[in-house]
Design a protein around this ligand. Structure first.
Ligand code: MRU
Length: 359
């Protein structure tokens, strides 16, 4: 099920319509629903960098279509020049954000398709690129469905489920990753409660997760990030499900800053901690979490709230956008092919040996 069918009142996260790329501007949600027609590749780069489109899988799909936008007006070029420009644009788009592996994964899929296409002219090659981007988009919807199907059994009648950031429909083009089991269990008629961490500093939990779960009729309660451990200590959480931006070969994974603290608290209280991970977010080339590049964003996101400075002038501030959780704190990865249990390296490699980020 794609995000549009899940929320009849919301436009899709990403849409390719008659050669145009339409993005739902996630920085304006939940109060304004604005769709941006992204006219050129600079705007695609900025939309990714500024989180108008965000969430690892959505970034991958947007980047694939972004390459189409980059090449849309170049179909009159000689084919060798078209190919050279395509490679340059992919390198540039990849620089938009460093942590989510889906960005380089989506771009590499596009370049692999171009290299394997024996086209007579640039127009023909451009068509092959559009076809590949569409395929990546459709696959993303299917990956979410698979995660939902395998993960829904974890959510029982009366469960309390905690999630962090937004690994929801808005972070993908389908039903989300961490939210896919939630939507599937909800559709099956199960009654349960979700606690959504607000997710400082950009509030993806408050603005996006709370919003989309509420729209879908799921029983959701918004909490401060700092309340998660306390809610767990009260016995209200039976299960944590988070998303991820990159899973290393040994099962260490990067996700939104604050995930590590949630994992440590869950471990302390003996609460199962699951990571929803589509194969597009697996990076079996990276041995462990220490090698994952963590995006550091502007200090103003920390020193200011809703455009107003709340910290002293000239204060030093750090703003790492992600953290790395060691695999020892992970109960299992919910993938589109099933739930992967430790030892992760062996299990992930045997299940996904032929996938793009593993091959
Ligand atoms: O900075 P963001 O909003 O792109 O961070 C998003 C997350 O950390 C998500 O949990 C992750 O990308 C998984 S999305 C299915």
């Amino acid at each position: 099920m794609d995000s549009q069918r899940l929320f009849s009142t919301l436009p899709p996260t990403i849409e390719w319509r008659d050669g145009d790329l339409l993005l739902l501007d996630q920085t304006r949600l939940p109060h304004e629903i604005v769709v941006e027609n992204v006219a050129d590749v600079q705007s695609v780069w900025r939309a990714i960098r500024e989180l108008r489109v965000r969430g690892a899988p959505a970034i991958g799909v947007a980047a694939a279509y972004g390459l189409c936008i980059a090449m849309r007006d170049s179909t009159a070029l000689p084919i060798a020049e078209f190919r050279a420009a395509l490679e340059r644009q992919a390198v540039w788009l990849e620089s938009a954000r460093p942590t989510a592996v889906n960005l380089s994964w989506g771009l590499r899929r596009m370049l692999d398709r171009a290299r394997a296409t024996d086209a007579h002219d640039a127009a023909m090659l451009y068509q092959a690129l559009v076809e590949e981007a569409r395929r990546i988009h459709e696959e993303d919807v299917a990956l979410c469905e698979g995660i939902g199907m395998h993960g829904m059994a974890l959510i029982r009648e009366g469960s309390g489920v905690l999630t962090h950031c937004n690994a929801g429909a808005l972070a993908t083009t389908g039903t989300g990753t961490a939210t896919a089991p939630i939507y599937a269990a909800h559709r099956a008629g199960r009654a349960f409660k979700v606690y959504a961490d607000e997710t400082r500093p950009l509030l993806q939990g408050a603005r996006l997760t709370a919003f989309e779960l509420q729209q879908a009729g799921v029983d959701v309660t918004l909490i401060m990030d700092s309340a998660a451990a306390s809610i767990m200590s009260q016995g209200l959480v039976d299960l944590v499900i988070v998303g991820t931006d990159r899973v290393a070969a040994n099962g260490d994974f990067a996700n939104k800053i604050g995930t590590l603290g949630v994992a440590i608290a869950a471990h302390h209280y003996g609460i199962p901690f699951y990571v929803a991970c589509p194969s597009s977010t697996l990076d079996l080339h990276t041995a462990g979490g220490a090698r994952i590049e963590i995006e550091e964003r502007a200090a103003e996101e920390v020193t200011h709230l809703a455009g107003r400075r709340v910290a002293p002038d000239a204060i030093q501030a750090r703003n790492p956008a992600f953290d790395v959780t060691p695999h020892a704190l992970v109960t299992g990865f919910i993938t589109e092919r099933g739930i992967v249990k430790p030892p992760f390296e062996h299990a992930l490699r045997s299940l996904f040996a032929a996938e793009g980020n593993a091959a």
